[in-house]
Ligand binder design. Structure first.
Ligand SMILES: NC(=O)c1ccc[n+]([C@@H]2O[C@H](COP(=O)([O-])OP(=O)(O)OC[C@H]3O[C@@H](n4cnc5c(N)ncnc54)[C@H](OP(=O)(O)O)[C@@H]3O)[C@@H](O)[C@H]2O)c1
Length: 366
């Protein structure tokens, strides 16, 4: 494997030649992954993915600033060209399936290069009753509905949007407080039996919900917020390890904060609802993050790369899914899959993180 520690003029301490990616624990059946630039691979249950995937939420308007069809398409295709083989979307990203539709159009002719993951039950179609789901965003709650009676309709809409015959990894976006979780999971199991879905995923769940779901149908991956500024729940991680379930880490760059480049958030930026991006908190958090930026500089990598590489070193079955509209950022992020941090570098990071508290909560659910 040819490899260099991506250097931006720093001292390159702590970067090492990585050992070759371990072979997948289970045979990879489908889809055929033929990305132009192979990245190290990781397994998520029975799936194989590039060690870092691509989170597509940012490609819809009203999330992290301006975007349009051309910019979104270019970004997505550059992620494929840089070796990302896990693409993450949801029926709730953008209005009326906007995000899935963009991906469906952009992937024309390249569908088989990727593991296509989507989620359901948030941003509901007309006629579906909203069930409140309390969150720590400024607006207080989301509307979800994961009633099994709606799940096949959600999946059929996503299949149309994505222009595909099968969803590789399908997640309830949030567990519905008004529906027994086993019933939601059972509806996805039926889709698997019908050949419309390949693997079951769960998103924003507890360890108990993971265990109950896994008893209904083996879970390939749990999607959870996990980054340098938002630890994963220890019980959830232990349960995933015990059951052989992979972890997909969402907002692995702390919604952009961990790149060290966010100075303020505009009025149309979703982050205005996130407590850590409140103007006063953002300033304080930047100051507290300065030592991590310094460590990245010492290592000759960007602080975003440090955040992603650090995550990859936490567990061999974690796959972060950073999002970006910018090809240069995407190349930088995916290159982090080739960075190996020394034990000394990891100890230095953990020592800094242990003493760092951020203002405002990053947890979506308490
Ligand atoms: N399951 C869930 O409930 C859930 C919730 C949230 C997110 N997710 C998933 O997780 C994915 C990623 O999360 P996210 O988009 O919220 O957050 P993220 O990946 O942590 O951060 C995205 C932000 O970082 C910026 N960025 C990315 N790379 C950069 C770089 N190298 N330098 C400077 N800025 C950079 C992007 O701006 P630019 O466009 O300017 O690069 C964007 O504003 C989403 O796309 C979605 O698929 C899931």
């Amino acid at each position: 494997m040819s490899w260099t520690c991506p250097s931006r003029g720093g001292k390159d301490q702590g970067c090492q030649q990585p050992s070759p990616a371990p072979p997948p624990a289970r045979a990879h059946q489908e889809p055929a992954v033929t990305a132009a630039t192979a990245l190290p691979a990781r397994t998520l249950g029975g799936l194989t993915s590039s060690a870092i995937g691509f989170g597509a939420m940012v490609l819809s308007p009203g999330v992290y600033g301006e975007t349009d069809e051309q910019r979104g398409t270019t970004a997505l295709l550059s992620a494929l060209d840089e070796g990302a083989t896990l693409i993450d979307t949801a029926d709730g990203y953008g209005p009326d399936g906007h995000n899935e539709q963009l991906i469906g159009r952009a992937l024309r002719g390249r569908r088989d290069e990727v593991v296509l993951a989507t989620k359901f039950g948030f941003r509901l179609p007309e006629g579906v009753a909203p069930h409140p789901f309390p969150v720590n965003y400024g607006f207080g709650e989301l509307a979800v509905n994961a009633d099994p009676r709606h799940v096949r309709g959600y999946a059929e809409a996503s299949l149309r949007n994505l222009r595909t015959e099968v969803i590789d990894l399908y997640y309830p976006h949030y567990p519905d407080p008004q529906v027994p979780f086993e019933d939601t999971v059972g509806a996805v199991a039926e889709l698997i039996d019908a050949g419309l879905v390949r693997h079951l995923g769960l998103s924003n769940v507890t360890a108990d919900q993971l265990r109950r779901a896994h008893a209904v149908r083996p879970v390939a991956a749990v999607q959870v917020q996990w980054s340098m500024w938002q630890p994963i729940d220890a019980e959830l991680l232990a349960t995933a390890r015990e059951l052989g379930v992979g972890i997909v880490a969402w907002s692995p760059l702390g919604s952009g904060f961990l790149t060290g480049t966010v100075q303020q958030v505009a009025g149309d930026d979703f982050r205005r609802h996130l407590p850590r991006f409140d103007a006063a908190n953002l300033k304080a958090n930047q100051d507290r993050f300065a030592p991590v930026r310094g460590l990245a500089e010492d290592l000759g990598i960007s602080s975003g790369q440090l955040a992603l590489s650090w995550l990859l070193h936490q567990d061999e079955h974690v796959v972060p899914i950073p999002g970006s509209r910018t090809p240069a950022h995407i190349a930088e992020n995916l290159a982090a899959a080739r960075i190996a941090l020394s034990a000394d570098a990891l100890a230095r990071i953990d020592a800094v993180l242990k003493d760092t508290t951020f203002e405002g909560t990053a947890a979506v659910v308490d």
